[in-house]
Design a protein around this ligand. Sequence first.
Ligand code: SAM
Length: 285
Amino acid sequence: MQNTQDPKIIRESVKEYYGGIAFTANPSSSSGCNCSTNNNSCCQSDAALTITIGANNYESKDSKQLHPEVTGLSLGCGDPVTLASLKPGQTVLDLGSGGGMDCFLAAARVGITGKVIGIDMTTEMITKARLNKSRLDIVNVEFCQGEIEHLPLVNNSIDVIISNCVINLSSNKPTVFHEAFRVLSPGGLLAVSDIVITGILPENIKRDIDAWSSCLAGALEVSELHMLLKTEGFVEIAITRIGANINPEGSLIDHKGFETIPFPEISSSYQIFSAKITALKPYTA
Ligand SMILES: C[S@@+](CC[C@H](N)C(=O)[O-])C[C@H]1O[C@@H](n2cnc3c(N)ncnc32)[C@H](O)[C@@H]1O
């Protein structure tokens, strides 16, 4: 286990991890990216078996019409597009767009008078997303390589920000929320699906570089998440649990399956689950 809290090392490690997934993405896994069947996701642990990762999170029939290459590279933990209740003509930003599935779903909702921008820092993900875009022949989506901590966008230019299982991976979350607030128009909506925790993660998990890529080590505590959004100026903040808790029979196996942390150590200190998160930038900001 590599032990670190260095933001640079975390970022490079996350990049390498998701670059590897994009590179080896196998569309045959499109029938579902549930943790129990798909190792190529941010959910790598037996302990998180009850958190559904990937295309299984989507209710809408438009998700089922997407190409298997797209749904097979879906690594999210919720459905931020449905959460955002998008309207025709809106400009949408997807933080950590991966293979692009949420961008394509959002593009259908905002229509040709609207626009969707996907940002991802990983070269291989951006390449896949652009390939998927040309395969689907969608015109109102663009993908930009960049970091969600430094958005290449002007102030007040976005109606809705979505994100699916990404913010937990950032080692600088206050900056992510600062940037989100900056680029949102007054009255704009932040609609996010992410892994969160209640309680306190054991130090050994927090410091485990592989646990970052697995969406564990960087998961925000619910009250801290609320505080960060409020501090930035967001209002009407709602954080709602959507996933079940970790499997009570489970044990946490690290990223490569080499180490098992017995359940009592996990259960006594924290709970981990997926949540839907919404917040508004006030009109007066
Ligand atoms: C778990 S995947 C989710 C991808 C996509 N949202 C989905 O639902 O399939 C995380 C993605 O976030 C990207 N990512 C992680 N940290 C990032 C950051 N700081 N800036 C930009 N992209 C980031 C990774 O490259 C990866 O594509």
